[in-house]
Write a protein that binds this ligand. Structure first.
Ligand code: NAD
Length: 733
């Protein structure tokens, strides 16, 4: 079985069909490329073939390159991995360039065979780079299809000619959002942008493609960039308009990436430098920059965490081997912010939901929240009125526990109060079938403690969502001491149904994500108390790739909540409570009514409409900024190691059992510097000995919270890396 097959009809049109065996979506592999190359050679050489239609037998065209192949190219490159990557990429360019020239005479540019890409659906990455090398792209009018080049989102850039071809087809300005942000379009949007040439009804796709092949003239096959006098749309770099574009784009890239994502800058360099030279040289430049990015440890780490391991977790890499536990009817207890959000995502995934609150009005409000989100999605054209109605019909808001009779999973999201939670646990268990799994969405209360209210503790588990539920992609599943495997499998199957990414952790205070994010916030607040300039703290965080500075983050999650958590933690820990310095700051702000964004006042100032204006100038009156200020790396190390050491402790203590979950969870859960691939990937990048050296210094200057965990010290002594020592070997990925 090969990935591509071909068939020539009586009219002389050879249809090459992409259909990777055993997969629902085509992905490109090296073997696939070789198949395609051979079929193109054969069709170009066959006098009976007048032209070629390249299409797919699946509902979509292709999802992209198999990123495992890209990762392997480097690993298997032997003594000179950069050369291996460069040669591999140039090999692909040669095939795509052959398609583009299609046998035409290099001087007269005549006599080539027309090649059309006919896209039935989604075409991403190499799945669009290949069509871009063809002479025409015709897409089926399929509103669900996504067309684009999303490579930048996993830390690389389109390196199969897509960067060079798209910039030349559209101009740097128009291509910028597609290349630099990985923006995807449906076929009509792609046509409006000039990415595809034609959109036709799905049933006409192949006929139209064949008709174009048979009617094409020599001139139709010559790409603008192969014609004499080609000028880049919008101007090349030394044209006044082009100059403006590139100056603006450089500033935008730096502003958005803070200089920590090598791929965005390399992409821009490839476009800029490529625009100054002939097309074939531009491809070589693109390949060199692509190699440069692949050789950067950041790209490998991002591919590993954001693609390979994320997908492995979603496909159940850590799922107990039990029969399918898909949820049919979900009971949600508590229709507040979280409960309503959970009801919305579950109903959207086709699950029936019984949404219970103490009063009918509150339950109805929860459903209204789902309705508002669906209305928004409909206005944006993401769902139809019919889908909206179907989703809403699945949600039954009620106060009556008897309605839970058919539920196979309960998620509890009532007030964060053990007594209230115990009460609803008992009531729900009395109303549900004996095999129903009960989950709590608590963010701070230990699962094993809450399980005491349950008659079936092996069916009791934590399923911890993040707010806002519809946007946050991570779900933390927490095993209590007595939680059984079926509960874990049920939780994982539920998360798969709602298309989020799960991690499974053991029960400990704040589980994993909150355990790491709280020290980050606290370290920022401590520095305010010490007289470090708040702007230095916030910018230091952003310059290491954190999406939000710690002070903005606490404003967004609310200073009031911080105060509540601090009080509860202090009560639970007693004398051992380590964060009095932090409390002094947030309690003082809270006393002033500065409760965070929702109060329009916090570490930042806000206007009446809630728009963030800048750091609140009054901070200086409370905590004067000292002179001299610490150096930037010192502030950055404090902010990073506050999180990273907590992740290492979570691993050391067995809260985390899989470093893949630690890395993926950190990026999706709290936005830990995605360029790094996560805390463990970052530690591997700098090496355990360097990490120990930095932390020993931090501990000496700032205290025991930076004390090096024994595990890390042992690893430094042994010369171990986390992925070397802990990478799961028995499981996929
Ligand atoms: P919320 O106050 O918005 O909602 C709680 C809801 O529970 C309210 O509608 C309330 O009427 C209802 N409720 C209270 N007692 C009840 C009872 N006995 N029976 C039925 N309903 C009852 O709170 P929230 O922010 O949605 O948080 C809910 C849970 O989710 C808490 O355990 C919280 O720790 C957790 N959580 C919150 C967040 C967050 O960011 N807010 C994130 C993750 C987890």
């Amino acid at each position: 079985m090969t990935d591509f097959t071909s068939q020539t009809d009586a009219s002389g049109v050879c249809t090459i069909t992409w259909d990777v065996p055993g997969k629902s979506m085509n992905v490109m592999s090296m073997a696939g490329f070789a198949d395609l190359d051979a079929l193109i050679d054969a069709a170009l050489a066959d006098p009976a073939v007048k032209g070629i239609v390249l299409t797919s037998a699946k509902k979509d065209f292709a999802g992209g390159m198999d990123l495992n192949v890209i990762a392997r190219m480097k690993e298997e490159g032997g003594a000179d991995p950069a050369k291996a990557v460069f040669d591999g990429v140039m090999g692909m360019h040669a095939v795509l360039r052959k398609i583009e020239r299609a046998g035409m005479d290099p001087k007269t540019l005549k006599g080539g065979k027309p090649i059309v890409a006919a896209l039935p659906g989604t075409a991403l990455g190499i799945g669009l780079e290949l069509p871009l090398a063809c002479h025409r792209i015709i897409a089926a009018d399929n509103p669900k299809a996504k067309i684009g080049l999303p490579e930048i989102l996993v830390g690389i850039f389109p390196g199969g000619g897509g960067t060079t071809r798209l910039a030349r087809k559209l101009g740097a300005m128009m291509a910028a959002p597609l290349l630099l942000e990985g923006k995807l379009n449906d076929p009509r949007g792609a046509k409006a942008m000039g990415v595809v040439d034609e959109v036709v009804p799905p049933e006409d796709l192949l006929d139209r493609a064949k008709a174009w092949v048979l009617a094409a003239k020599d001139a139709d096959l010559v790409k603008p960039w192969d014609q004499k006098g080609y000028k880049m749309p919008g101007g090349a770099p030394y044209h006044p308009a082009g100059f403006m574009t590139f100056v603006g784009a450089s500033a935008m890239v730096l502003g958005k990436t803070m200089g920590v994502y090598p791929a965005a800058k390399a992409l821009l360099s490839a476009v800029y430098e490529g625009a100054l030279v002939p097309f074939d040289t531009a491809l070589k430049i693109e390949a060199r920059w692509f190699t440069h990015v692949l050789m950067n440890p950041s790209s490998s780490a991002m591919i590993r965490s954001l693609f390979i391991n994320k997908e492995a977790l979603e496909k159940g890499a850590v799922r107990p081997a039990l029969p399918d536990q898909s949820v049919k009817t979900l009971g949600v207890l508590g229709a507040g912010m979280m409960g309503a959000g959970i009801a919305h995502v579950a109903a959207s995934a086709g699950i029936k939901v019984v949404l219970i609150d103490a009063g009918q009005e509150a339950a109805d409000r929860g459903k209204a929240h789902a309705e508002a989100l669906l209305d928004k999605a409909m206005k944006r054209g993401k769902i139809t009125a019919e889908t909206r109605a179907e989703v809403l019909a699945r949600i039954t808001p009620t106060t009556d526990y008897a309605a839970l009779a058919g539920a196979d999973l309960i998620v509890e999201a009532v007030f964060e109060d053990p007594a209230v939670k115990a009460d609803v646990t008992r009531r729900a268990e009395a109303a549900t079938p004996a095999d129903c799994i009960f989950a709590t969405n608590t963010s701070t209360l230990p699962i094993s403690g809450l399980a005491k209210a349950s008659q079936r503790p092996e069916q009791f588990i934590g399923i911890h969502f993040f707010s806002p539920v519809d946007k946050m992609m991570l779900v933390e599943i927490i095993r209590g001491q007595q939680t059984g495997d079926r509960a874990v499998a049920k939780a994982l199957d539920f998360v798969r149904q709602i298309r989020k990414t799960p991690i499974v952790v053991n029960d400990a205070r704040f589980f994993y994500a909150n355990r790491c994010i709280i020290p980050y916030i606290n370290e920022g607040i401590r520095m305010v108390a010490e007289g470090v300039a708040p702007a230095l703290i916030e910018n230091a965080a952003k310059l290491v790739g954190m999406p939000l500075g710690p002070l903005q983050l606490v404003d967004e999650t609310s200073i009031e909540l911080g105060v509540k958590i601090a009080k509860a933690t202090k009560a639970a820990m007693g004398e051992a409570y380590p964060d009095a310095a932090v409390d002094a700051v947030i309690f003082r702000l809270a006393d002033q009514g500065r409760l965070g964004k929702k109060a329009n006042a916090g570490f930042y100032a806000y206007d009446e409409a809630g728009k963030r204006l800048g750091l609140w100038p009054g901070l200086d009156g409370f905590w004067p900024v000292l002179d001299p200020q610490p150096a930037l790396p010192e502030v950055q190390h404090r902010l990073l190691f506050a999180q990273v050491l907590e992740a290492v402790r979570a691993l050391e203590q067995g809260v985390l059992t899989d470093i893949r979950e630690g890395d993926v969870g950190a990026i999706l859960g709290w936005g830990f510097a995605p360029w790094s691939g996560g805390p463990f990937s970052w530690l591997d990048m700098i090496g355990a000995p360097r990490a120990v050296e930095i932390c020993d210094g931090l501990a000496a200057r700032h205290g025991a919270r930076f004390a090096v965990p024994q595990l890390l010290r042992d690893m430094a002594a042994a010369g171990d890396s986390f992925y070397g020592r802990f990478a799961p070997r028995s499981r996929a990925a």
